[in-house]
Ligand binder design. Structure first.
Ligand SMILES: *Cc1c(COP(=O)(O)O)cnc(C)c1O
Length: 230
C-alpha cells in the first residue's frame, strides 16, 4: 500500500478544510487509527512520516508497541476503557481520548508514571448505551479531573451518531468546549473529532485532532468499527 500518497491526500484535504475554516496556519493533528492493522502497516505509515497512531484495544496495541518499540510513535488510546486495563493504558499511551467517568480518571492518575494528556469523551447525541459523559455531567467530571495531578486535561472527544447530522454534533462539542474553558485550566486546547467520512466537516467546526483509519489504511479487515460503535 502506498502510504505516502494516502497520507499526503489526507493532509491536503485537512489543509483545504482548515482554509475554509479561516485558519491561516495548520493546526490539525492527524491521528492514524491503526486498530485491526498489523505492525508492518503501522511501520510503513511511520516511514511515510506519520507519528501519531490511535488504538482501541489494549491487547492488540501492546503487541504492536512491542514490535515497533524502535520507533518514536505517539500512541493515543481511543477505545472503551475497562477499569482493569487502566494501569497499562496509563503507562503505555501518551494520550487518552475516552475518559468518561471519575473513577476511570482517578485510576489512570494513580497508575500514571508521567503526565498524561487526556480528553473527556462526551455522548453529544444522548444515544442510549453509547460511551461518553452526558453534557449535563461534564462540569463535575472536568472539576474532578483538574484535581488529579498527573492528568493534563486537554479537551473533548466525541463520535457523532452514525445516521445523525455530524456537523450539528461537532458544533455541540465545540460549544461545550467553549463553555467549559474557564473551569478546565491551562492545558485545554484540543477537540478530538472527525473520522474518515466526516473529518473535513469536523475541521470546519473546530477540530484540532482528527482520527482517521480507513482513508489511510483502506477498508478494515475485521468489523472493528461496528464493535466500537455498538
Ligand atoms: C475506528 C475509529 C476511528 C477511525 O475510523 P475510520 O472511519 O476508519 O476513519 C476513529 N475514532 C474512533 C474512536 C474509532 O474507533
Amino acid at each position: 500500500m502506498d502510504y505516502d500518497k494516502r497520507i499526503e491526500a489526507v493532509d491536503a484535504a485537512i489543509s483545504l478544510a482548515e482554509a475554509r475554516a479561516g485558519q491561516r496556519s495548520a493546526r490539525t493533528r492527524l491521528i492514524a487509527v491503526s486498530k485491526a492493522r498489523v505492525a508492518a502497516d503501522v511501520r510503513a505509515a511511520y516511514e511515510a512520516g506519520q507519528r501519531d497512531f490511535g488504538e482501541n484495544y489494549l491487547k492488540e496495541a501492546l503487541a504492536k508497541m512491542t514490535a515497533l518499540s524502535d520507533l518514536d510513535i505517539v500512541w493515543h488510546f481511543i477505545g472503551a476503557i475497562q477499569s482493569n486495563k487502566t494501569r497499562d493504558i496509563a503507562r503505555r499511551f501518551q494520550w487518552i481520548h475516552t475518559v468518561d467517568r471519575a473513577r476511570i480518571a482517578s485510576r489512570l492518575d494513580a497508575a500514571a508514571e508521567r503526565p498524561l494528556d487526556v480528553c473527556v469523551q462526551v455522548n453529544v447525541d444522548a444515544e442510549p448505551r453509547k460511551a461518553g459523559v452526558a453534557p449535563s455531567n461534564l462540569a463535575a467530571l472536568v472539576a474532578h479531573i483538574r484535581e488529579l495531578p498527573r492528568l493534563r486535561l486537554r479537551g473533548l472527544m466525541a463520535i457523532p451518531r452514525a445516521d445523525g447530522d455530524h456537523r450539528a454534533s461537532f458544533g455541540t462539542l465545540r460549544s461545550l468546549f467553549d463553555a467549559h474553558a474557564n473551569a478546565a485550566g491551562d492545558h485545554w486546547d484540543s477537540l478530538s473529532m472527525g473520522m474518515s467520512d466526516d473529518f473535513e466537516i469536523a475541521i470546519e467546526e473546530g477540530a484540532t485532532m482528527v482520527r482517521i483509519g480507513t482513508a489511510i489504511f483502506g477498508p478494515r479487515p475485521t468489523p472493528a468499527r461496528e464493535r466500537v460503535l455498538a
